[in-house]
Design a protein around this ligand. Sequence first.
Ligand code: AMP
Length: 460
Amino acid sequence: MTFASLGLDEPILRAVGEQGYSTPTPIQAQAIPAVLAGGDLLAAAQTGTGKTAAFTLPLLHRLSQAQPARNSRGQVIPRVLVLVPTRELAAQVAENVRDYGKHLKLRCMVMYGGVGMQPQVDALRRGVDIVVATPGRMLDHHGQRTLDLSGVDTLVLDEADRMLDMGFIHDIRKVLALLPPKRQNLLFSATFSDEIKSLANSLLDRPKVIEVARRNTAATTVLQTVHPVGRDRKRELLTHLVRENNWFQVLVFMRTKHGANRLAEQLRGDGIGADAIHGNKSQGARTRALADFKSGKLQVLVATDIAARGIDIDQLPLVVNFELPNVPEDYVHRIGRTGRAGAEGRAISLVCVDELRFLRDIENLIGRPIERTLVAGFEPDPQERAQPIRVGRTVIGGGKASGPRRGDAPRGGGAGHGRGDSNGQSRGGAGRRDGQQARRDGGRGQGRGAAPVRRNGTTG
Ligand code: AMP
């Protein structure tokens, strides 16, 4: 199949060719005709499947075929609204829209918080066809009457599961109430949770359902390994692996912003080029860190789950889970950063005894055990006992969910879902989610050692 056979206009085909894409990915092959036909869409697709182009290309085609929408003053007003959970994803999607639409006379703008309103107001005044926005800032603009939504005939909710996780459901409902009722709705989500199904039921009209990666299935192109290691030797092991294997472009995940900062600092102390990216950093600092990472100047980028959403780096070779996420779905999101669009990737998890229950939940979710490989010199002490892990105000593990014991090093300060990480718009979904997780974990044992352990000096 080719992009031309999907019926897209020549300027779009030219732009796609310039991006170096020759064949549509499976989600594109299914979604493009569906979006061109004008109906609603419910698509289960993770980042890395080519989902952005799957909705952008047909929307650009449709927009370019019709006249711009104008308000009573003759200003061009948006016809397409794309809502995304984070600033990074907003910037990334808008960049893709500009790339794919570069031979068209359509205007796209990105709208997120944490930066001044005025440039966004100016852009709206000049006229915009497509708005890519985080929900909070979009509502701010509407409240200040700087954004006219009366021309919107298409709504895209991208990474809708993440938006719900971040507590955006009320904002989403508010936005829905502001849009013209007759419109096309496209909902993209990595997973089909009950919450997503309920949102889809209320939002979509007889949608075409597309599922390219099976529900909650970790990308099959990613080679996944667990290195069991002592709690206090993880950083040493990471430094060893980076040096030994001469790793570059390693994305390392932490549960907390504080942990991310500290690890980046320690790696720099070890002589490894590293920086951290999370919601407490200014937009400028994040953009710089990402650019240095992309160019290869930074060997390691340490990120929290939310900050990493929307980072779009082609064929990222390696993801390291320095800490396993306490929400198993986050593991699937994390490893979705590598092995993008069919390229092979690797995901390595450094797992200590405290995290065995997280590992078990992840293996339950992905439906298979992950291979354990011991690294010579870093074998965990079999006598080491599990200690509770603190995530936000919840303490997980140690048999009960209570405050930290004296002398316990707190291992979390919020799962990275605080206001700062989400464009200052998170409305408290994380605490609830962590609470659910704690309840699910309550009273369970310490994991089952599901996969055989291999002994191996190095890791490729
Ligand atoms: P996405 O899932 O939208 O984040 O896209 C993942 C990556 O795949 C992006 O870096 C795109 O540039 C790339 N991509 C999208 N469509 C194609 C395609 N048809 N062929 C090759 N790469 C693609």
